[in-house]
Ligand binder design. Structure first.
Ligand SMILES: [Fe+2]
Length: 418
C-alpha cells in the first residue's frame, strides 16, 4: 500500500546525518522511538476525556474516542503482529470484531453506527490493550530478523500514519459530540487556531502541463501515486482562505435561502438538514457563536471559515463569482509557493472527485482496502488542518470526504478563471 519502507524521519525522529550509514540497531531504535511518539500523541489527545466522553458516538460518521484508541491498536495487531510475530498472543479474541473498521478481508466487524453501543471493554480495558500491543510491537522492532525488517518497518510505518489519521478524527469526533451538548464542554481551554497569514488577493498560475502526485523517497499513501502529468489551464488562486467575515456576508445575503446558488444535492441537504450556517455555529441574540475545542466562542470575522461541506463551499464560490480549485491546480500552486495557509488550519475542498490517478494500483491483500475502494462519490480536500498531527502533512496528500460532510476542519480556498 505504501512504497517501500522508508524512514521514521516524518515522525520527528532523526536518523542522523544523511551521509552516515545507519547501523541496523540505530534504525531499529529510531523506529521504536517513532512508534512511542505516535502512540503517546494519541494518548495525549485522549487525556482530557473522561471515560464517559470516550464512550460517546454522536452520529454514524463519528466514532467514540475509546474506539479510535482501540482500532489503531487492532491495526498493529492485525497487520503487523499476527503475520510477523509467531510468538504473539492476541490480547482478546473478541476485539478484532469490535475494532476492525472496514477491512472485509480481515473478517466481520461491528457495524459502524453501533460503535457507541459497546460499553465494554471500557476505557481502562482499552488502555491495557494498548499497553499489551505496545510492548509486543517494540519487542518485534528490536528482534525482527534482518531479512524481514524492511517489510516489518514498512507495515509499521503505515500503521503510524494510520494512527495519525485517527488522531485527527479523535478531535473532530469529540468536537462534534461536545457541540451537541447544551453545556458547551471544553476540551482544552488553551486551544487556539493559529493566526491566518493575512494574505490578500490572488496569485497567477500559468497554463501548462505539470506533474502531480508524490515524488521522492518519503512515505506516501498509494492514492498519491503514480505521479503523472496534468494539463493546467491558466487561473488565479486565492493566496488565503475564506474567512468567517466573508461567510457572514454570504449568510446575510441569503446564501442559505437561494436555491440557484446550490447544486441540486446541496440544496436538498440544506433543506433536509436545516443548514443556515457552517457546522457548530449557533445564532444567539448577541450574534453568531461557534463551538470550538476551547468551548463556545463568538465567531471571529478574521478567522478562517471551518466546518463547511463541499456543497456549502461550492455554493459560496458561486456566490462570490469564483470557483473551487481542482486538486491538481491546488498542488501546482502549493508546490510553487503561491498560496499561504495551505497547511495547519483548514483542509480545503477542491472541485475534484476522488478518483484514481492514471495507472493506480491498490496494494495486494487486506491493506489494499485502505484507500482504493473509496474512490467513488467523494470529493478531495487538500492541505491539512489544525487537528492534523505534526509531520503528517504533504503537498501531494489527498484527503476525501462525502460532499455533505462538515464535521472536519474543512474550509475554502477560491480560484478564478478568465
Ligand atoms: Fe482506521
Amino acid at each position: 500500500m505504501a512504497r517501500t519502507a522508508t524512514s521514521p524521519a516524518s515522525f520527528g525522529v532523526a536518523l542522523g546525518p544523511a551521509s552516515k550509514q545507519q547501523s541496523p540497531d540505530e534504525v531499529r531504535a529510531a523506529w521504536a522511538e517513532a512508534f512511542r511518539r505516535v502512540r503517546a500523541e494519541t494518548e495525549a489527545r485522549a487525556a482530557p476525556l473522561s471515560p464517559e466522553d470516550q464512550q460517546i458516538q454522536s452520529m454514524a460518521d463519528a466514532s467514540p474516542a475509546k474506539w479510535h484508541r482501540a482500532h489503531v491498536t487492532w491495526f498493529f495487531e492485525q497487520f503487523l503482529l499476527r503475520p510477523h510475530d509467531p510468538g504473539y498472543k492476541i490480547f482478546d479474541e473478541r476485539f478484532p470484531f469490535l475494532f476492525n473498521s472496514y477491512y472485509v478481508a480481515a473478517g466481520p466487524r461491528q457495524a459502524r453506527p453501533q460503535r457507541g453501543m459497546i460499553t465494554r471493554p471500557n476505557a481502562a480495558d482499552v488502555t491495557a490493550y494498548r499497553a499489551h500491543v505496545d510492548e509486543a510491537v517494540v519487542r518485534l522492532i528490536e528482534s525482527v530478523p534482518a531479512g524481514d525488517a524492511a517489510r516489518v518497518f514498512s507495515i509499521l510505518e503505515i500503521g503510524l500514519h494510520h494512527e495519525q489519521q485517527h488522531q485527527e478524527l479523535l478531535l473532530t469526533d469529540i468536537l462534534h459530540a461536545f457541540a451537541q451538548n447544551p453545556t458547551d464542554p471544553v476540551y482544552d481551554a488553551q486551544w487556539r487556531l493559529p493566526p491566518l497569514s493575512q494574505a490578500q488577493g490572488f496569485a497567477e498560475v500559468t497554463s501548462g502541463i505539470e506533474p502531480v502526485g508524490h515524488e521522492g523517497h518519503g512515505f506516501c499513501f498509494d492514492n498519491e501515486l503514480p505521479r503523472h502529468d496534468e494539463l493546467i489551464a491558466k487561473l488565479r488562486i486565492a493566496r488565503g482562505l475564506v474567512t468567517n467575515g466573508e461567510w457572514l456576508e454570504f449568510i446575510d445575503a441569503g446564501g442559505y435561502a437561494t436555491p440557484s446558488l446550490w447544486l441540486s444535492d446541496g440544496w436538498a441537504a440544506v433543506e433536509a438538514e436545516g443548514w443556515e450556517a457552517p457546522g457548530h455555529w449557533r445564532r444567539e441574540e448577541s450574534g453568531w457563536t461557534q463551538m470550538t475545542l476551547a468551548g463556545r466562542r463568538t465567531v471571529d470575522p478574521q478567522g478562517p471559515v471551518l466546518h463547511v461541506s463541499y456543497y456549502e463551499a461550492d455554493a459560496f464560490a458561486r456566490f462570490a463569482g469564483k470557483h473551487l480549485p481542482s486538486e491538481a491546480e491546488w498542488e501546482v500552486a502549493a508546490r510553487a509557493g503561491l498560496i499561504d495557509d495551505a497547511f495547519g488550519i483548514a483542509w480545503q475542498w477542491t472541485r475534484s472527485a476522488y478518483l484514481s490517478y492514471p495507472g493506480y494500483r491498490a496494494a495486494e491483500g487486506a491493506l489494499g482496502e485502505y484507500n482504493g475502494k473509496f474512490m467513488v462519490s467523494q470529493m478531495v480536500l487538500r492541505g491539512s488542518s489544525v487537528a492534523t498531527p505534526m509531520g503528517h502533512e504533504r503537498v501531494s496528500y489527498r484527503n476525501f470526504f462525502y460532499p455533505p460532510a462538515r464535521w472536519q476542519f474543512s474550509g475554502v480556498r477560491l480560484a478564478e478563471f478568465d
